[in-house]
Design a protein around this ligand. Structure first.
Ligand code: PLP
Length: 464
């Protein structure tokens, strides 16, 4: 297998890291033996490791560094705010001008009428807050039985206890004693994997909606409070909804008075070619969660945004209870809020959504050409996000044996080509910074093609 450049090259750093730093989503034994891959700096869409090797970061960190790694205006906005007011609480009726301005700006950007913004620090917290608000709302309006939340298989909503429970990914639950009670899962709308022979996209969507309807009927509509979905399932495989999917699902949700929570943590702020994935797929949510590109990931901040109906329900509880007892020390942190405000300003000034629309066709068309590659079974994506599914047999769609480690081998080949990509098993994921240019897209595609060829050679030689 090609070496991951940077792994194990710096013994001092490695030993220190292995001793003290417990990494998220990492095989601890592999980290012990190989050491970490250490990034030391970034510029535009590139990052550099501790050996001075430069890579195109085709994941924009974790789907988040939308403005690239060297946007000075964000650093300056943070610095200015630190000098002015480095911290202020938003508990107990307090606020500060930056949080007020950011909340106002977010409401103005919403694709459907929304009323209030609750600030958190991460996507996970934004979704946990959404779950708590849904429960609190239904208690407040006298529906204490209506509490279950329906998520989707392959969905990803974060790592905290509630958001990990929402995940439709068994590895998020294993040995963590999750999910919590009251979470149900409906189908993943993966047409490539889930369609029956001869089924059209429209028919597939109808079946997905009927299955959701059946699930709600079986559970009892008076016990189902909300449905949560990413407009495009990201971590679960870049699953773009099939034609008519959300339209049909929303009709079912309306019929049963079930709230729609749109998890825009990845899709929000231009990724799909509109400001929000809800616009791309005609979703009218009651609650929207945003994070990541809200601040171009320069500082942690997220938001749970609710409509007026929700707000009035929640507020009605304040006649009964002394206070709305939910929040974080850093809810609406001034420095994070200042960076988020500046990020939104830059999106508008530079028409980032227009830029995504202008370069995305080249990106998507270049990736679709890979369908001719012997290892590539499916390519799916929209805007500047995409997934490539590697298969053992294109005709039968048979996957590689997980133990063959083809995705991991590909990742190492991509590293060797100077390309950072995330291999989730045999699913390769791309989500470059939104500022990527057409020339950079061409270079990314060239490196990707070479890494795929090297992987195909390996598969042939090893007779996998
Ligand atoms: N929701 C979605 C769709 C995500 O992709 C993620 C993270 O990747 C999260 C929520 C969780 O965000 P965080 O890691 O900031 O808690």
């Amino acid at each position: 297998m090609p070496e991951y450049p940077g792994h194990g090259d710096n013994a001092t750093n490695e030993a220190r890291d292995v001793a003290w730093h417990l990494h998220p989503f990492t095989n601890m034994r592999r980290l012990e033996s190989e050491g970490p891959f250490v990034i030391t700096s970034g510029r535009g869409i590139h990052v550099t490791d501790d050996n001075g090797r430069e890579y195109i970061d085709a994941m924009a960190g974790l789907w988040c560094v939308s403005l690239g790694f060297s946007e000075k205006r964000l650093a300056e906005a943070a610095y200015r705010q630190m000098l002015e007011l480095p911290y202020a609480s938003t508990f107990g009726q307090r606020s500060h001008p930056t949080a007020i301005a950011l909340a106002e700006k977010l409401i103005a950007l919403m694709p459907v009428p929304m009323s209030k913004v609750f600030f958190n620090n991460s996507g996970s917290e934004a979704n946990d807050t959404a779950v708590k608000l849904v429960w609190y709302y239904n208690n407040a309006i006298g529906r204490p039985r209506k509490k279950k939340i329906i998520a989707r298989m392959k969905g990803y909503h974060g790592s905290t206890i509630a958001s990990a429970s929402l995940a439709g990914l068994p590895f998020m639950h294993l040995d963590f004693d999750l999910p919590i009670a009251g979470i149900r899962h409906t189908d993943c709308p993966n047409f490539y994997r889930g369609a029956k022979p001869g089924e059209s996209e429209g028919e597939f969507s109808t079946r997905m909606a009927e299955n959701l309807d059946t699930l709600i009927e079986r559970e009892g509509p008076d016990t189902v409070a909300a449905f949560i979905a990413e407009p495009v399932q990201g971590s679960g495989g870049v699953v773009v909804p099939p034609r008519g999917y959300f339209e049909k699902l929303q009709a079912v949700l309306r019929k049963h008075d079930v709230l729609f929570v749109a998890d825009e943590v990845i899709c929000g702020f231009g990724r799909t070619g509109n400001m929000f994935g809800c616009e791309t797929f005609a979703i009218a949510p009651d609650i929207m969660t945003v994070a990541k590109s809200l601040s171009s990931a320069y500082l942690p901040i997220s938001a749970t945004i609710i409509n007026e109906k929700l707000y009035q329900g929640l507020a009605s509880n304040s006649d009964k209870l002394a206070s709305f007892t939910h929040g974080f020390t850093y809810s609406g942190h001034p420095v994070c809020a200042a960076v988020a405000l500046e990020t939104l300003k830059i999106y508008e000034e530079r028409d980032i959504v227009g830029h995504v629309r202008s370069v995305a066709p080249r990106f998507q068309a270049g990736l679709r050409r890979l369908l001719e590659h012997p290892l590539v079974g499916d390519v799916r994506g929209v805007g500047l996000m995409a997934g490539i599914e590697l298969v053992h047999d294109k005709a039968t769609k048979q996957s590689f044996d997980a133990k063959a480690g083809v995705g991991t081998y590909f990742e190492a080949c991509a590293h060797a080509e100077g390309l950072l990509m995330r291999g989730r098993g045999e699913l390769l994921v791309l989500s470059p910074p939104l500022i990527i240019t057409e020339a950079e897209i061409d270079e990314l595609l060239a490196r990707l093609g070479r890494a795929l060829d090297a992987t195909a050679d390996h598969v042939r030689r090893s007779e996998l």
